[in-house]
Design a protein around this ligand. Structure first.
Ligand code: NDP
Ligand code: NHF
Length: 318
């Protein structure tokens, strides 16, 4: 059986490790232990965001490893994201600089616009501003101007690559048309229940690498409801896992990396961190892949209900 590539590379020189370590909901010592172990095992791609409020702890782990000679900066790939309150031109520059300072890094490997849906910036660091009815205070920003700020960050050597997250193809196209530096990465929810073939086709046409978040179905998401089936318990997935002698999570990750996608997985359990890394030296059979393809049912775990009234919110895939 052939394996899958550990790095995805574009002609432009953009090179990204296929396996990313997700850090949403990881904080403090639990984060530091999990990340240190992931780096020990060979993970080289860390996914964070200003809004995860964990960049300082991540920065400590990275600096300790570099200082002790266990890691070279050039071998590491760090992604951060600019949150919805920071989409105005100068705010986007500030956000990237805050991330760099928190992470104690001189440059980011990748910076993404976290969401196309803006919220009000109160000037005091509030990330989720609420009105007096408890509703998120939405705001409209010109995403092309946000992109211009991203291009400046590249030109200043503070960021190596830029991209977007939770964007529809139409929204990416709007950026594409005016961009001097094109997006090299699109991060979006993608797993067996939301396979994202339309966006895949768009991204392939543009030579853009896709990164899948929630690749095993975000089983630990705190606000899960009955709308959120457990992908890891899906009988098709569990029976393929049994046949391959792999875990359900490994089957789901292998399915995505065979599609030449980056996968971003998060775990704070050492056994799961290790399990999620063992996805390269084997492949699902064509029959297995077809069976998983049939599971596609447009189920999204991250529904962003707070943004539903935003003019940039869309029924189109994102
Ligand atoms: N751009 C965006 O808008 C978004 C980006 N992201 C990024 O993507 C990352 C991944 O998304 P996330 O929601 O964390 O999704 P995942 O699909 O990776 O699910 C993570 C959950 O699965 C559990 N888990 C991990 N590995 C296994 C395993 N092998 N078997 C069983 N359970 C397992 C974890 O629990 P435990 O920790 O207890 O092991 C955790 O609760 C985020 O951390 C973040 O970096 C996520 C959402 C949105
Ligand atoms: O990255 C993310 C993790 O989850 C958050 C809360 O739903 C999202 O805002 C965000 O996109």
């Amino acid at each position: 059986m052939s394996g899958a590539a550990r790095y995805l590379v574009l002609n432009s020189g953009f090179k990204i490790p296929t396996l990313g370590f997700g850090t949403y909901l990881l904080q403090g010592d639990a984060l530091k232990c999990a990340l240190d172990y992931a780096l020990f095992l060979g993970y080289r791609h860390i996914d964070t965001a200003l809004s995860y409020q964990n960049e300082s702890a991540i920065g400590e782990v990275i600096s300790d490893r570099i200082r002790s000679g266990k890691l070279c900066r050039k071998d590491l790939f760090v992604t951060s994201k600019v949150p919805s309150a920071y989409l105005a031109y100068h705010a986007a520059l500030d956000s990237a600089k805050m991330s760099l300072e928190n992470l104690k890094l001189k440059y980011l490997d990748l910076l993404l616009i976290h969401h196309p849906w803006g919220v009000v910036n109160r000037g005091d660091g509030t990330l989720k501003p609420l009105d007096r009815n408890g509703k998120r205070q939405l705001a409209i920003y010109n995403l092309n101007e946000t992109w211009q700020a991203f291009e400046l960050l590249v030109n200043q050597g503070l960021v190596n690559n830029i991209g977007v997250s939770n964007f529809t193809a139409r929204q990416i196209e709007r950026i594409w048309k005016t961009a001097t530096i094109k997006p090299s990465n699109v991060q979006l929810e993608c797993h067996a229940y939301l396979q994202q073939y339309e966006l895949e086709q768009y991204c392939q046409g543009k030579n853009v690498i896709m990164s899948a978040y929630a690749p095993i179905g975000a089983p630990g998401k705190p606000d899960r409801t009955e709308k959120d089936p457990d992908l890891l318990q899906d009988p098709v997935v569990t029976s393929i896992a049994c046949e391959c002698g792999k875990s359900p999570a490994q089957v789901l990750l292998n399915f995505l990396i065979q599609r030449k996608m980056v996968v971003i997985t998060k775990s704070e359990r050492p056994d799961k961190i290790q399990e999620n890394a063992d996805v390269f030296d084997w492949s699902l059979t064509s029959k297995h892949k077809l069976a998983i393809k049939d599971l596609d049912k447009n189920i999204r775990f991250f529904r962003f209900e707070w943004a539903a009234c935003h003019p940039e919110f869309s029924d189109e895939p994102f």
